[in-house]
Design a protein around this ligand. Structure first.
Ligand code: HDD
Length: 704
C-alpha cells in the first residue's frame, strides 16, 4: 500500500528506522558479532558480569512495558486528513476550520473498560479521539461514540471507573460491565440513566470502528475573531452508516477474532478503502443558553437534532496505518485541554475536570513532561518556549536564554499578540458566584432523555436493550442491586422495566429505592424534582435502523461458501456484482490451498471452515456446482448458514444450492435469496443495504 503523505506523516517518516541491509549493533551502534550466546568463563559457564552486550539487550527488554492507559487502554489508530468545507468565520477563528483548509490528523478508537489485550467486541463505549495537527498547534477532540456520559461531575470519574473495571479482589470480569460493582454504582447514580440506555443498546457493539458515530459529548465554545462566543456540539457522521452486530455475535467474535475491529480498520486502510466521517456541528447562540428544558452544560444530555440541526463543516479521511503501533498509537497523548484559537471549553463540570486529568496521566504514562516531543505528539508548527530539561528531552534548544522577559535574546520567544494578535485567548465570559461544591438543580432531571432514547428505537432495537439489561443484571449476584436498577428503569419506561423484570423474576418497584434517593439527595435535596416538559418525544437520529435499500454495502465482507467442484461462473457472477458496489468476496472451503472448479480451473483459497466463523461475515453466498453435494454433508457449512440466518444476515443460494437451505433451519424470507425465484444479485445487494433482517430475529430464532 502506498504511504499517504501529509505535513505530519512526512515529519513522522523522518523518524523511521530501516534495518534492512544493516549490521546488528548495540544501542551505542557497536556491531554485534554473536547475538546467541552470553559471555561465559568457558563454554559451560558461568556467565560473566562484563557482558555489556547482554546487559544492553536485557536492560532495554526489562523496560519495554509502560503503564497502559487507566481507561481506554485497548485502542487502534490511524493517520489521516481533515478537509474543512464550510465558512464558519462568523463563529470561529480556528484556522483549520477555514473553508478549503486541509489538516493532518491522527485518530485513535478505543474501548474503555478492558485492559490493553482485551477483546474488541466488549459491550462498552468506544473512544473516538482526533488530534488535528493544525497550523496553530495541536487541537484534540477527545470524544466517544455515544453523545452523553455516565456522570455529570469529574469528581465521580475514578469511582465510576473503579466500579466498572474488574473487581479488585479477584480481577474479574475482564472488559465487562456485567458485574455487581458496576451496577451497584449505577443503581445509586440515577444521573447515569440516559447513558445506560445507550450502552445497553447495540451502539455499544459496533460492526466496525468505521461504522460508528463520534461525539465531542460536551458543549464547547467557538470564539470568533471579535471574541464572540457560540456554544457548539461536535458530531462525526460515518459515510458507511452506523451499524452494529448482535450481542450473541459479539460474544462469539470475541473468541474467534478478539482483534476484529482492529483488523477491520487496518485492512480497510491497507486496501485503500479509506474510511470517512463528516464533521458536523450544532451551534447554539449564547442567548439560547437557558432556552431548553435541559442544561446544555450537563454531559448526560443531548441537544436533539430536531431542536438544533447538525451542519456539516468538513470531512475526515483515514488513509494511512501507523508504521509502528507502540511509537504511534500507544504513545499518542490526547487531551481535551489541547485547544487552538477559536475553540474553548464551556463550564461543563465534567469537561472542566478532564482538563487536569489528561495532562497528568500523560506525564505519568509516558514518563515525564517531554511526551509532547515524541514524534506522534509534536505539533507541525514546532514549539518555542522557555520550558527546559526533564526526562528524555530530545530537542536541543540553542543559546543561554530560557526565561522571559529577556533582553539577551531580544525578547524571544515573544508573545503572539506582538504578531498581529494571533494567539490563544480564552473566551471573555463574565463570571460571578460563590465558591461552593454543589450541583445545579438544572442537572436533576435524569429520566426524560433516557425515555427519549428508548422511545426513538425501533421495536427490534428495544428488544435488544431488554436483552442487554437482562443479561447484565442477571450477572449481578446481589438481588438488591437488581431491584434498585429495575426501579430506575421503571422511571424511564414501565414496559422496559416489566420486560427486564420478567427475565429477572422480579416485579419492578414503583418508586426509586431509598438508597438511590439518599445519594441523589446529596446533590439535589428536593430530589426527585418536578418532571420537565420535554421539547421532543422521539428523535429519528437516535435509531440505527436503516430503511430497506437505503444503506451501502461498501467494504462489507461476503462469505462465498465453496468447495471442490464449485462453479467458477456462478462465483464470478456474484463476485462482479458485489465488487461493483464496493463489497468484498471471501472464498471459504473445507481446506485452505488449491480447490478445483467445475470448469477445471483451480484457485488458491486462504480460508477454511476451520479458521473462519460466520459471525465475522456480513452475508453469505452458496454458489452452484458439484460442491453442493459435499457441503450438504459438511456440518460446519450447515452451522455457518444457520448462524448467519440466526443473526439476521442475508443469504443467497444459487439454483443448485437451494436444497441446502432446506437441510438447515432456514425458512425463506426477504433475506433468503433463491436464484430460481428472486433476482439473485440485485435482491441480495438490496437487502444487504438494509444491514440486517432484524424482523426475522424474534419469529425465527434457530439453534446455532
Ligand atoms: Fe476520558 C482517556 C473520552 C471523561 C480521564 N477519555 C480517554 C480517551 C477517550 C476519552 C476517547 C482515550 C484517549 C486516547 O485514545 O488515548 N473521557 C472521554 C469522554 C469523556 C471522558 C468522551 C466524557 C465526556 N475522562 C473523563 C473524565 C476523566 C477522564 C471525567 C477524569 C476526570 N480519560 C481520562 C484519562 C485518560 C482518558 C484518565 C486515560 C488515558 C488518557 O487519558 O490518555 O485521563
Amino acid at each position: 500500500m502506498k504511504k499517504e503523505k501529509n505535513l505530519k506523516t512526512a515529519e513522522i517518516d523522518q523518524h523511521l528506522v530501516d534495518n534492512s541491509q544493516q549490521i546488528m549493533t548495540t544501542n551505542d551502534g557497536v556491531p554485534i558479532s554473536d547475538n546467541n550466546n552470553t559471555l561465559k568463563a568457558g563454554e559451560r559457564g558461568p556467565s560473566l558480569q562484563q557482558d555489556h552486550i547482554y546487559f544492553d539487550k536485557l536492560m532495554h527488554f526489562d523496560r519495554e512495558r509502560i503503564p497502559e492507559r487507566v481507561v481506554h487502554a485497548r485502542g487502534s489508530g490511524a493517520h489521516g486528513i481533515f478537509e474543512a468545507t464550510a465558512d464558519l468565520s462568523q463563529y470561529t477563528s480556528a484556522a483549520f476550520l477555514k473553508k478549503g483548509t486541509v489538516t493532518p490528523l491522527f485518530t485513535r478508537f478505543s474501548t474503555v473498560a478492558g485492559f490493553k489485550g482485551s477483546t474488541d467486541l466488549a459491550r462498552d463505549v468506544r473512544g473516538f479521539s482526533v488530534k488535528f495537527y493544525t497550523e496553530e498547534g495541536n487541537y484534540d477532540l477527545v470524544g466517544n461514540n455515544i453523545p452523553v456520559f455516565f456522570i455529570q461531575d469529574a469528581m465521580n470519574f475514578p469511582d465510576l471507573i473503579h466500579a466498572v473495571k474488574p473487581e479488585p479482589n479477584n480481577e474479574m470480569p475482564q472488559a465487562a460491565s456485567a458485574h455487581d460493582t458496576f451496577w451497584d454504582f449505577i443503581s445509586l447514580m440515577p444521573e447515569s440513566a440516559h447513558m445506560i440506555m445507550w450502552t445497553m443498546s447495540d451502539r455499544a457493539i459496533p460492526r466496525s470502528l468505521r461504522m460508528m458515530e463520534g461525539f465531542g459529548v460536551h458543549t464547547f465554545k467557538f470564539v470568533n475573531a471579535q471574541g464572540k462566543g457560540t456554544f457548539v456540539k461536535f458530531h462525526w457522521k460515518p459515510r458507511l452508516g452506523v451499524h452494529s452486530v448482535a450481542w450473541n455475535e459479539a460474544q462469539k467474535i470475541s473468541g474467534f477474532d478478539a482483534d476484529f475491529h482492529r483488523r477491520d480498520l487496518y485492512e480497510a486502510i491497507e486496501r485503500g478503502d479509506f474510511p470517512q466521517w463528516d464533521l458536523g456541528v450544532q451551534l447554539i447562540p449564547e442567548a439560547d443558553e437557558f432556552k431548553y428544558s435541559f442544561d446544555i452544560l450537563d454531559a448526560t444530555k443531548i441537544i436533539p437534532e430536531e431542536l438544533v440541526p447538525v451542519q456539516i463543516i468538513g470531512t475526515m479521511t483515514l488513509n494511512r496505518n501507523p508504521e509502528n503501533f507502540f511509537a504511534e498509537t500507544e504513545q499518542a497523548a490526547f487531551d481535551p485541554g489541547r485547544l487552538v484559537p477559536g475553540i474553548d471549553v464551556s463550564d461543563d463540570p465534567l469537561l472542566q475536570g478532564r482538563i487536569f486529568s489528561y495532562m497528568d496521566t500523560q506525564n505519568y504514562r509516558l514518563g515525564g513532561p517531554n511526551f509532547h516531543e515524541l514524534p506522534i505528539n509534536r505539533p507541525v508548527t514546532g514549539k518555542h518556549n522557555n520550558q527546559k530539561d526533564g526526562f528524555a528531552r530530545s530537542e536541543i534548544p540553542k543559546g543561554a536564554v530560557s526565561y522571559f522577559p529577556n533582553s539577551k535574546a531580544v525578547g524571544c520567544p515573544y508573545h503572539a499578540m506582538l504578531n498581529d494578535g494571533v494567539g490563544f485567548e480564552s473566551h471573555k465570559q463574565p463570571i460571578n458566584g460563590s465558591k461552593i461544591r454543589a450541583r445545579s438543580d438544572s442537572f436533576a432531571d435524569h429520566f426524560t432523555q433516557a425515555r427519549l432514547f428508548f422511545n426513538s428505537q425501533s421495536p427490534e432495537e428495544q428488544d435488544h436493550m431488554v436483552n442487554a439489561l437482562s443479561f447484565e443484571l442477571s450477572k449481578v449476584n446481589d438481588v438488591n442491586i437488581r431491584k434498585r436498577e429495575l426501579a430506575i428503569l421503571n422511571q424511564i419506561d414501565q414496559g422496559l422495566a416489566k420486560n427486564v423484570g420478567t427475565n429477572l423474576g422480579l416485579t419492578p418497584p414503583k418508586e426509586l429505592d431509598p438508597l438511590t434517593l439518599k445519594f441523589a439527595r446529596q446533590n439535589h435535596p428536593q430530589y426527585p424534582l418536578k418532571p420537565v416538559k420535554t421539547e421532543v418525544d422521539k428523535s429519528a437520529a437516535l435509531s440505527m435502523k436503516v430503511k430497506d435499500g437505503a444503506g451501502t454495502i461498501k467494504s462489507r465482507k461476503v462469505a462465498f461458501l465453496v468447495d471442490n467442484g464449485a462453479s467458477k461462473s456462478s462465483i464470478d457472477k456474484m463476485k462482479t456484482a458485489l465488487e461493483s458496489e464496493g463489497a468484498q468476496a471471501v472464498l471459504i472451503a473445507s481446506h485452505v490451498g488449491k480447490i478445483r472448479f467445475t470448469e477445471g480451473t483451480e484457485e488458491d483459497i486462504q480460508h477454511s471452515y476451520l479458521t473462519e466463523a460466520s459471525v465475522c461475515y456480513d452475508a453469505f453466498f452458496t454458489p452452484a456446482g458439484e460442491s453442493v453435494k459435499t457441503l450438504a454433508q459438511n456440518a460446519d457449512y450447515l452451522h455457518f448458514i444457520n448462524e448467519g440466518y440466526r443473526h439476521c444476515k442475508v443469504l443467497a443460494f444459487a439454483k443448485d444450492a437451494e436444497g441446502l437451505a432446506e437441510r438447515s433451519f432456514i425458512k425463506k424470507d426477504k433475506g433468503v435469496i433463491f436464484e430460481s425465484t428472486d433476482n439473485l444479485t440485485a435482491d441480495f445487494i438490496a437487502v444487504m443495504k438494509g444491514h440486517r433482517v432484524w424482523e426475522r430475529e424474534k419469529s425465527r430464532k434457530v439453534p446455532s
